[in-house]
Design a protein around this ligand. Structure first.
Ligand code: NAD
Length: 287
C-alpha cells in the first residue's frame, strides 16, 4: 500500500503520527508548511504530522507559548526546521506582516493549513451581533486573509501548492445549537470550492476538511462560555447523541489532511458522522 495508507493506518491503530519512526520522512521533504491555530488540537497534530513527513513547519497561533511548544515538538518529530509565530489570524495587518516575514525569511509556503477557529454555541436569538462579529472575524476572515496573502504568493511563484481550510461538518449540517459557528463554516466551505475552481489551472489545490466531533479544547467545557452548568451538560449530551461523541483524536484529522494534500481532494468529511451528515444534507448533495 502507499505510504499515505500506511500512515493513516498507523494513526487509526492508535499510534501517534510522531511515533511512526520517520518512515515517511521524505514525503514532504523540502516543503514549507504553515499551520494556523497550531498551538492546540487539530492544528498541533497537523503540524507534527507534516513535521514527521519531513516538512519545514511554521506554527502560527495567537497563543505564544502554545506556538513555541508546537515548533519545538515539530523539530523533535523530524522537521528539519520549525518556527513559531504569534499572530491573531483575524488581524489583517498582522497577517500581512506575517506573510511578508515568512516569505522573506523562510520562503514561499507550499502548503497552507487555515485551521485556527473558535467555537460558539447558543440559539440564534441568544447570539448577539458582537458574537457574530467575533466568530466571523476569526473563522471566516482568518481564512480569507490566509488564502489572499499566502495563496497569491503561491500563484505568483508558479510552482503550485496546496491550501487546506478546516471547515466542519457543521458547514452542511444545520443545528439549533450552533447557528453562528455553522454559518462561519458554511462560508469557509464555499470559499474553498470557489478558490479551488479559480486556482485549478495553476496547480494549486484547495481542500475543505470537515471534521465532526473531535476531542480537543474547542469541544471541552471551556468553549461553552456564558452557558450555565446545567445547560452546558445538556448541550454536551446533545452533541454526544448527535455525533456519537466517539473518542476521535485530532491525529486522525491530521492524517486526513495529509492524505487530502497528496490526493488533491476537494471536500473531505472526516469522522463517520461528518460523512453521514454530508450525504444526508439537503444543502450539499452534490459536493
Ligand atoms: P483548539 O481550541 O484545540 O485549537 C484551536 C487553536 O487555534 C488554539 O491553539 C487557539 O489558540 C488558536 N486560535 C484561536 N483563535 C485564533 C486566532 N484568532 N488567531 C490565531 N490562533 C487562534 O480547537 P480544534 O478543535 O483543534 O479546532 C481547530 C479547527 O478545527 C477550528 O477551526 C475548529 O472550528 C475546527 N473543527 C473542530 C472540531 C472539533 O470537534 N474539535 C470539529 C470541526 C471543526
Amino acid at each position: 500500500s502507499s505510504w499515505i495508507e500506511e500512515f493513516v493506518t498507523s494513526v487509526e491503530s492508535g499510534r501517534s503520527p510522531v511515533a511512526t519512526g520517520g518512515r515517511h520522512a521524505e514525503r514532504f521533504g523540502g516543503q514549507l508548511v504553515l499551520v494556523t491555530g497550531a498551538g492546540s488540537g487539530i492544528g498541533r497534530a497537523t503540524a507534527l504530522a507534516f513535521a514527521e513527513a519531513g516538512a519545514r513547519v511554521v506554527a502560527v497561533d495567537r497563543n505564544k507559548e502554545a506556538a513555541a511548544r508546537t515548533a519545538e515538538s515539530s523539530r523533535l518529530a523530524g522537521a528539519p526546521a520549525a518556527w513559531a509565530e504569534t499572530v491573531d489570524v483575524s488581524d489583517e495587518q498582522a497577517m500581512e506582516k506575517l506573510a511578508e516575514k515568512v516569505t522573506t525569511e523562510y520562503g514561499v509556503v507550499d502548503v497552507l493549513v487555515n485551521n485556527a477557529g473558535i467555537g460558539l454555541s447558543g440559539s440564534f436569538f441568544d447570539t448577539t451581533p458582537e458574537d457574530w462579529k467575533k466568530i466571523l472575524d476569526v473563522n471566516l476572515w482568518g481564512v480569507i486573509h490566509g488564502c489572499r496573502l499566502f495563496g497569491r504568493r503561491m500563484a505568483e511563484r508558479g510552482q503550485g501548492g496546496h491550501i487546506v481550510n478546516v471547515a466542519s461538518a457543521a458547514a452542511y449540517q444545520p443545528s439549533r445549537a450552533l447557528p453562528a459557528y455553522s454559518t462561519s463554516k458554511a462560508a469557509v466551505l464555499m470559499l474553498s470550492e470557489c478558490l479551488r475552481a479559480e486556482l485549478a489551472g495553476q496547480g494549486i489545490g484547495v481542500t475543505a476538511v470537515c471534521p465532526g466531533f473531535v476531542n480537543t479544547a474547542i469541544t471541552s467545557t471551556a468553549h461553552f462560555a456564558g452557558v450555565d452548568a446545567g445547560e452546558e451538560k445538556r448541550l454536551q449530551q446533545r452533541a454526544a447523541r448527535l455525533y456519537g461523541l466517539r473518542n476521535y483524536p485530532p491525529e486522525k484529522v491530521a492524517a486526513a489532511i495529509l492524505r487530502a494534500v497528496v490526493r488533491n481532494d476537494a471536500v473531505v468529511p472526516v469522522t463517520a458522522e461528518a460523512r453521514g451528515a454530508r450525504w444526508l444534507s439537503r444543502f450539499a448533495p452534490g459536493v
